[in-house]
Ligand binder design. Sequence first.
Ligand SMILES: Cc1cc2nc3c(=O)[nH]c(=O)nc-3n(C[C@H](O)[C@H](O)[C@H](O)COP(=O)(O)OP(=O)(O)OC[C@H]3O[C@@H](n4cnc5c(N)ncnc54)[C@H](O)[C@@H]3O)c2cc1C
Length: 264
Amino acid sequence: MYPFTLERPTSSADAVKLAGAGGRPLAGGQTLLASMKLRLTSADQLVDLSGVKEWTGICRDGDALVIGAMTRHADVASHADVKALIPALADLAGNIGDRQVRAMGTLGGSVANNDPAACYPSAVLALGATVHTNSRKIAADDFFKGMFSTALQDGELITAISFPIPKRAAYMKFKQPASRFAMVGVFLAQFASGVRVAITGASSDGVFRHAGLEQALSASFTAQAAAGVKIDASGLNQDIHASAAYRANLISVQTQRAVTKALA
Ligand SMILES: Cc1cc2nc3c(=O)[nH]c(=O)nc-3n(C[C@H](O)[C@H](O)[C@H](O)COP(=O)(O)OP(=O)(O)OC[C@H]3O[C@@H](n4cnc5c(N)ncnc54)[C@H](O)[C@@H]3O)c2cc1C
């Protein structure tokens, strides 16, 4: 690890000021600290956001659930409103990594990091969520920009994410058994306006929506309708864990399972 200084602001104003001056935000540290220890990344100054209480917590706002950026995965998984209103989101959070990762990792850290195999980006995209930052609101469709890349500007901080409450939703993850990240994860959400399907783990470009599955499931919300959609393997990840064809098949199978789960 290269040397760095650590700041621990207790107000959002101080956190924004420090990040704006070049400090690197530190949330749960589950990705950032490991990367720093391996010297894959470095920071002259870390800005620990854990003291900013206004960025933690969950509340209902009309037809949406608003979750603070510093809310830990374990708290999303166990929160009564999340379990009642978007159970698929509680389920997703409860299956991230292991107990320690869920105790420390945060919604904002995961979404800002945009790992191509992370779970939360698929929920943000499928639910058509809005990412709130210290300076603006960004629609999910405009937020994810490819592997480890987002619409966030230097020094811009995620403060909360607003998730519209769907009619039905489900997340199905086929885990990479060692890391528990998604080899392929499918999050689908049904709204009055139609169905949105977001896939993680399958592409090195990161999370993406699948137009064919969305069209088929908007017309008929059944596992059979999903099974009828041919998934193109071109452009999908090919690595020691799975071939592109295997991942394409997983997208189909996990989508069918997600529909069955959402209807249960
Ligand atoms: C063993 C292991 C297994 C895991 N398994 C899974 C899994 O199954 N599914 C999954 O989705 N994830 C998994 N993760 C990742 C985990 O969910 C982390 O919580 C997540 O990657 C990063 O969140 P964090 O809060 O720890 O962020 P940090 O590591 O603190 O930060 C990550 C990045 O985001 C930036 N950042 C943090 N907060 C903000 C903010 N509010 N605004 C702007 N930028 C910010 C940081 O500067 C850094 O660049 C796993 C991690 C580990 C170590």
